[in-house]
Write a protein of this length. Structure first.
Lengths: 463, 465, 102
């Protein structure tokens, strides 16, 4: 395997060991532990969706959001995870102004989901765990009257957050990007999160180190024993697009390779990405101490699920995009380029299924209907009733019953009867085309494909 | 008229029979507060709207009568300090569920009572607003942390009070002040809005002049709360349902007898009381329970860990002042708790403590297989003198040792006065513990004992301050 | 065997706990902690093999709430800020001290 140097296009000696942590906000109506509205992006003012609980007022207590938990489990099931039948929330302690209680309610040793997998074109990426936690408030650094101040808005405090932690199975920047994109697609497909990167609805972090490829002539395997890892890890944080993440990983591979080449070990640190300069830079990690003093949250009784309950949630899962894609290709013969856009959401897939059903019922080929739709041969819009779509397609294709000769004859007749108009058309009055088309249709007395008429007229008139 | 010296039940009755007016009761109560509060330092804040509120609540169970509330319950619009200057100007914009229930059932908050700051203690001496004096003998402490609450009842400055217990904080001051203190089963009363100390044991509960009064207030504040995930869905109708039933045949186990460090005089005075139960037809046996000393260790670790976590939110940004305002005791507990939860130590301390807690639960299960009720001294001795708690880092935990086993396991217990020393006018308390969710039973036994003895200064003909 | 609580360890704990303490307090707390930890040494002698920890005495499990917005519990902006030491335009203000540490 060869990895391309970001700057110079040279192959590298090192391979990538990379894991990713992805956070996604869930779009529940209310927050994770209280009944405040979960809508921080659209709040017109700061601190209007708060209450004693998400503000960390004295005596306030958390009560978990049932839907958020169900969605977390469903996501785990969709990603092939095992669900821990016994689970709990733990307190994760650190001090920071956006964390009102001085601890975040999260999950430590017993997350809801473990041991899943995401398939990428580069190979599978295993998921170590998926857990639920609460988001923090938002800090704003401003200068007011010449003084630097930090302002806090708690509208986002305690919004439900899913955290997905992968194993260090990622071997290229491209794979990192695909992994993140796949997760985003699935979360959006399940309709549990919008994953708007710019608004912070989805956040990605990577931690990576390098290994000499020499030791692994076939490429670094997945999985690989941690004992092979070099004694450092660089964390990439606060990067708000997949493209930048891939660029940062690529840049890091080069940076770390240079250091390793010189006989040194890269520093264990957190780094951010400077888009303007296209380089990474060291950042102070706010949780230096790393002693979160986890203990089970005494305010929240633990969870015990039965296998039956989990199966019920599994049954509520829609068919996942990959399966849909497979089935549409194998059973319906639909081309990949028409399948991909439908996988955006369950609604689109549902609509697609209806079109297939309607098409089959009228003895039409689904793929051709899709083609007509995508190539704008029929005027239908997304969401239009499937039957009308198929009807339009049928109207379109029944035109093909008309033989070329019959059409040509009709066109020539119309031209003969309208010599003056023909002259004017050839002189530049191209809008007369519509008139000609109308005349041809009238003379034929049946519905004809406008494209076909147009083409024939143009051929006859030699334009 | 001294209507404030009547019990809540008597006041209710007098009101119902229109022999007195609510106004008169308030007049007498407020006069008492005016006369003695400065000296005894019981109330930190008074509610100016009390009488106006009372007028609207006369037709409810608590008849608009004046209640004291420990100042660690968030009361909307009424200053709440937890007896710490860190919260000196804190005015909650929300109501705790217990005080909401209290008021919905006709109670009126007449004022907020003093406590050990943040409820850290068993003397009220660590209050940053000065200690409260024991109304029975002002050279002595009222106990804690609900010292102000217990004193407010003993001093007839309210019809009843609300306190909270993490490990002894209702029952011990009740014993030291010679009043009744009821700690419910954990989860029976909502913790929402009660400033958290140790989340896994905190229990709001009433302090009152008699067992009947305590049951009345308990009825008013208990119940499931959707805002508290640890709040029990257990249903109840009336905790005084069995209060007048005779206790013949009840099997009582007497625990924590013969412990070192408790004087013979105290044991003698207490053990005479066992005869009372026998005369009422109950049986009493000396029983052996797991060493309560071990509960001290469990409680200390679990409590301090949870305290360090629960006080992490006080940074002075959203409310209150910054963390330099914590008193020495609070700082000690936060730091020790942080230590016992930290990497490398959590296994040794916190995890072990939670396991020993299980052993205590199993011990109680075994005891309640043989007995219906367990009794013991509430406190190892009488109320200590002012100044006794200073310099002693473990003062609280040792004073509460006899109560900690039931606290850490969540069992309900009620303390009633069971002896009065004529020379000092100080009291001993009897702790009566029932199995989880069986408060009716302990109330029944406590009431029977109270009625059959002279130690209650309101029901006894001879009793006097 | 009791643990050595040195003033240095106390300083570290104080930092972790975000509690400002003086040098003198460091010494005092070191002594107080040692006393407290000695008291709880007795726990170490108990055999807890095979014993499950008790985190919840209620025995409750699976306590959740429906995903509904509850405006009756939501603060107005004014209520949220009512007890703030400092506010600007509806935001809480973090003291300068913290800024220095970032």
């Amino acid at each position: 395997m060869e990895y391309m140097d970001f700057k110079e296009g040279k192959p590298m000696k090192y391979g990538l060991i990379c894991g990713m942590e992805v956070h996604a906000e869930l779009k529940t109506a209310s927050k994770m532990f209280c009944g405040c509205k979960n809508d921080p992006f659209h709040a017109e003012k700061p601190n209007i969706y708060t209450c004693p609980v998400c503000l960390g007022m004295p005596g306030a207590l958390p009560v978990p959001n049932k839907k958020a938990i169900e969605w977390a489990i469903k996501l785990g099931l969709a990603l092939g995870c095992e669900i821990n039948l016994f689970s709990k929330f733990d307190r994760k302690h650190y001090f920071y102004p956006d964390l009102p209680k001085g601890y975040q309610i999260s999950q430590a040793d017993l997350p809801f989901c473990i041991n899943g997998k995401v398939e990428t074109t580069f190979g599978p990426v295993r998921i170590r765990r998926i857990h639920l936690e609460e988001d923090t408030g938002k800090l704003l650094h401003q200068t007011i009257a010449g003084e630097k101040v930090t302002l806090v808005d708690f509208n986002r405090s305690s919004v439900p957050l899913i955290e997905i932690v992968s194993e260090a199975d990622i071997r290229s920047p491209e794979q990192a990007m695909e992994y993140a994109q796949k997760l985003r697609q699935i979360i959006r497909y399940l309709d549990i999160g919008d994953c708007d990167m710019e608004k912070g609805g989805m956040r990605v972090e990577a931690n990576l180190s390098l290994l000499l490829l020499e030791k692994f002539p076939e490429g670094i395997p997945v999985p690989i024993d941690e004992s092979n890892f070099l004694p450092y890890k660089v964390e990439l944080k606060n990067i708000n697009s997949f493209k930048f993440m891939a660029a940062a990983v690529n840049y890091e591979m080069n940076r770390q390779a240079e250091i390793l080449d010189s006989g040194e070990t890269p520093a264990q640190e957190t780094r951010g990405w400077n888009t303007a300069k296209q380089e990474s830079f060291p950042q102070r990690s706010k949780e230096n101490a790393e002693d979160y003093r986890y203990f089970p949250d005494p305010d929240i009784p633990p969870f015990r699920f039965t296998q039956a309950q989990i199966e019920e949630l599994r049954n509520e899962l829609p068919e996942m995009p990959e399966i849909v894609a497979q089935r549409w290709a194998d059973e319906y013969g639909i081309e990949a380029k028409y399948i991909e856009p439908a996988l955006e959401s369950q609604n689109l897939v549902q609509w697609g299924e209806e079109i297939v059903t309607a098409a089959k019922a009228s003895q039409q080929q689904p793929n051709k209907v899709f083609s007509a739709l995508f190539n704008k041969k029929i005027p239908a819009k997304i969401g239009d009733p499937a039957q009308s779509l198929v009807d339009q397609y049928i109207a379109l294709t029944s035109h093909e019953q008309l033989g070329d000769n019959e059409l040509r004859t009709a066109v020539e007749e119309v031209m003969a009867q309208n010599e003056d108009a023909v002259t004017r058309y050839k002189a530049g009055q191209v809008q007369l085309l519509g008139f000609f088309m109308g005349q041809v249709m009238k003379s034929l007395g049946k519905k004809v494909d406008p494209q076909q008429i147009k083409a024939t007229i143009e051929t006859v008139l030699g334009s | 008229m001294s209507l404030n010296t009547k019990t809540l039940t008597e006041q209710k009755s007098l009101l119902e029979e229109k022999e007195v007016t609510l106004s008169e009761i308030y007049s007498d109560t407020l006069a008492e507060i005016k006369a003695k509060n400065e000296q005894l330092n019981i109330y930190l804040t008074l509610n100016n709207l009390a009488e106006a509120q009372a007028a609207e609540r006369t037709n409810k169970a608590l008849a608009g009568l004046p209640m004291s509330v420990k100042d660690n319950f968030c009361t909307q619009g009424l200053r709440t300090t937890a007896s710490s200057t860190l919260l000196d100007t804190f005015i909650p914009q929300y109501e705790s569920t217990v005080t909401k229930n209290l008021q919905n059932n006709g109670g009126v908050i007449i004022g907020k009572t003093n406590l050990d700051a943040w409820a850290h203690g068993s003397s009220t001496e660590s209050s940053q607003y000065g200690t409260t004096l024991n109304p029975r003998n002002p050279e002595h402490l009222p106990g804690g942390s609900s010292g102000g609450a217990a004193a407010s009842v003993a001093a007839d400055m309210c019809s009843a009070g609300i306190g909270s217990e993490t490990a002894g904080s209702i029952r011990q001051p009740a014993a030291w002040c010679g009043v009744v203190g009821l700690k419910p089963s954990y989860g029976r009363c909502s913790r929402y809005g009660a400033i958290a100390m140790a989340s896994s044991t905190d229990s709001p509960g009433p302090l009152a002049k008699t067992v009947k009064d305590a049951a009345l207030v308990f009825n008013a504040i208990a119940g499931h709360d959707p805002l508290d995930a640890t709040s029990s869905p257990q249903v109840f109708t009336d905790f005084s349902r069995d209060i007048d039933k005779p206790i013949t045949g009840v099997k009582i186990g007497y625990v924590y007898h013969g412990l070192e460090g408790i004087s013979n005089d105290v044991y003698t005075a207490f053990e005479i009381q066992l005869e009372v139960f026998k005369s009422l037809g109950a049986s009493v046996e000396f029983a052996d329970a797991m060493n309560p000393q071990l509960a001290v260790g469990v409680y200390t670790i679990v409590q301090r860990g949870e305290v360090s976590s629960n006080l992490a939110r006080f940074t002075g940004v959203r409310y209150g002042y910054d963390r330099t305002y914590f008193g020495a005791e609070a700082k000690r507990r936060i730091m020790l708790g942080t230590h016992t939860l930290s990497k490398g130590y959590a296994d040794k301390y916190y995890d072990t403590a939670q396991k020993v807690r299980t052993l205590f639960r199993e011990d109680y299960t075994q005891l309640f297989a043989q007995y219906d009720i367990l009794i013991s001294l509430t406190s190892p001795g009488y109320a200590k003198k002012i100044g006794a708690s200073e310099g002693s880092a473990m003062f609280g935990e040792l004073e509460d040792m006899l109560l900690e086993p039931s606290s850490i396991t969540g069992l309900p217990g009620i303390s009633v006065p069971c002896y009065r020393d004529e020379k000092t006018n100080l009291f001993l308390g009897m702790n009566i513990v029932a199995p989880m969710w069986q408060e009716e039973k302990m109330i029944q036994v406590a009431h029977a004992y109270e009625q059959a003895t002279q130690w209650n200064t309101w029901t006894s003909k001879k009793g006097s301050l | 065997m009791s643990q050595q609580i040195t003033p240095q360890l106390v300083a570290h704990i104080a930092q972790l706990a975000n509690i400002p303490i003086t040098q003198e307090e460091q010494q005092q707390f070191a002594r107080a902690f040692t006393a407290t930890l000695e008291t709880i040494q007795s726990l170490q002698s108990i055999d807890v093999t095979g014993v499950e920890p008790t985190h919840q005495v209620t025995g409750l499990e699976n306590v959740v709430r429906d995903d509904k917005v509850q405006p009756e519990y939501t603060f107005t902006q004014q209520q949220a800020l009512a007890n703030a030491s400092k506010q600007i335009d509806g935001f809480f203000v973090v003291p300068q001290i913290l800024n220095k540490n970032k």
